[in-house]
Design a protein around this ligand. Structure first.
Ligand SMILES: [Fe+2]
Ligand SMILES: [Fe+2]
Length: 256
């Protein structure tokens, strides 16, 4: 009950903050609507100081036991089996994602979308990390486990490919992995809980990166993408010190 009360309190606080921030936006709009009181002087000193960027400096890794975003969708479309069967299903899903993103990277190259091509390659490599984690665990349960063949993928235009990628990532982070984590918790398979948890958390960031690339498709930056070699988290740009999922340091990341 204490946990539920805490969540209600946090939700109430968030609602209050949202109301305040709406009021703030309205105030900002109202001030924008007023005519400028003073035109900037032509000989004014140019502003040279860039605003300081926020730097991501995580100190605590999220846990499936306490985090508030591990509930599977109420209308779940995931078929849940034993944890071993779920590992096989996850490996198959990640293998399909890897094949998709590799084909989508080639399509982006052909269209001249360098940033999108780099993001798809980086994310394909992230899914390979998940495959290895899941495959190693499946082999501990049954040493005869084999990897599936990747499917053949027909890419579309990069805009559609990004949305297709984001849709898959959102399904995995909000439905497939939470369902598999719950089953692994029921079976008290802590290794599987950790492997699925890291993948679940990384997929949400993958979806975020895809939507960011979609929204900036015609105004891309040349920011570098960084891949965490432990969990598959992807960061865009330089402003971080460590992985927010597994706390691996920036120095260990691979650049794309
Ligand atoms: Fe992903
Ligand atoms: Fe990580």
């Amino acid at each position: 009950m204490a946990d539920v009360s805490r969540r209600l309190f946090v939700k109430g606080a968030a609602l209050g903050a949202a109301t305040l921030s709406t009021a703030g936006i309205l105030a900002a709009c109202a001030s924008e609507a007023k005519p400028a009181a003073e035109e900037p002087k032509a000989d004014a000193e140019p502003q040279t100081q860039a605003p300081a960027a926020d730097v991501l400096t995580p100190t605590k890794a999220p846990s499936a036991d306490t985090a508030s975003n591990f509930e599977a969708m109420p209308d779940s479309i995931t078929t849940v089996g034993t944890t071993y069967e779920n590992l096989l299903a996850a490996i198959e899903g990640e293998t399909g994602a890897t094949a998709k993103y590799t084909a989508y990277a080639e399509a982006a190259d052909k269209e001249g979308f360098d940033q999108i091509a780099r993001l798809f390659r980086c994310t394909a490599d992230a899914e390979k990390i998940h495959i290895e984690l899941e495959y190693n665990l499946a082999k501990e349960i049954d040493p005869a486990t084999e990897k599936p063949e990747p499917p053949t993928i027909e890419p579309h235009g990069s805009g559609v490919n990004l949305i297709s990628g984001a849709n898959g990532e959102i399904y995995e982070t909000s439905d497939m992995y939470p369902s598999f984590i719950k089953k692994a918790q029921e079976e008290d398979n802590q290794k599987a809980v950790q492997v699925f948890t890291r993948a679940k958390l990384a997929e949400a960031y993958h979806a975020e990166r895809y939507l960011d690339a979609y929204n900036t498709i015609d105004t891309p930056s040349d920011d570098t993408y960084y891949l965490c070699p432990i969990c598959g988290y992807i960061h865009k740009g330089e402003n971080f010190t460590a992985c927010p999922i597994c706390l691996a340091p920036k120095e260990s990341f691979t650049a794309y």
